[in-house]
Design a protein around this ligand. Sequence first.
Ligand code: CIR
Length: 254
Amino acid sequence: MFNYIIARTPCKALIDGISSADDGKPNYELAMKQHLAYLDALRMCGVEILLLPPLENYPDSVFVEDPALCTKHCGIVTRPGADSRRGEIDSIEPALHRFYGDNVERIEAPGTLDAGDVMMVGDTFYIGLSARTNAEGANQLVVILEKHGLTGRLVTMEKVLHLKTGLAYLEDGNLLAAGEFVDKPEFSHLNIIEIPESESYAANCIWVNGNVIMPSGYPISESKIRDLGYNVVTVDTSEYRKVDGGVSCMSLRF
Ligand code: CIR
């Protein structure tokens, strides 16, 4: 059960966010509308939302999932792997203190870690070693998690930006997986729902209190998720996709 969400209003500089998508720049007005609809979808799942103000100096700052990790026992300020995003931590840290008091940990240099590379499955956190998250950052996170009675496991990956670009844990043992993650032995104990390559963007979904929020426009994936018995809520994230973002990236859920 999640009670709280932290999100951040997109800044106008979103149009200059880091992108590998080759699909043009986001339309800011439309991105704002999509963000409001995303927050409405979350609200309908029964969570309280802390909405942080836009940060014009950080084009990618709407993607609050990366500079922080919220566990049930502590908050963790990460050290994002992209130089242009590192400063986002200064304005996410006060938000963590509001919920966790002094119980806030940090990833330190030379470690780097984007929490988009961290997937929670119960008390176990899978940590993808990506272009953004290095072994030092991942190992620091394992130590922090163990200190708080949780577990961290490293996962190698090669093709996608973040671990949760290709994976989404929907609770109840159900794991959406696309591409390189479909056959990973680390996840063979879970019920793998394969997301086809043609819909790989739909592997980035979020479970929120029995509901699954997913991007609109991915009918094969949507019907597979509905067949599992979840209430599916679709949201249009077309403008965020242009800067490599999806539904998980835009919130912290805890
Ligand atoms: C970036 O490259 O950092 C942003 N343009 C996209 C971040 C997406 N975040 C996520 O998958 N957790």
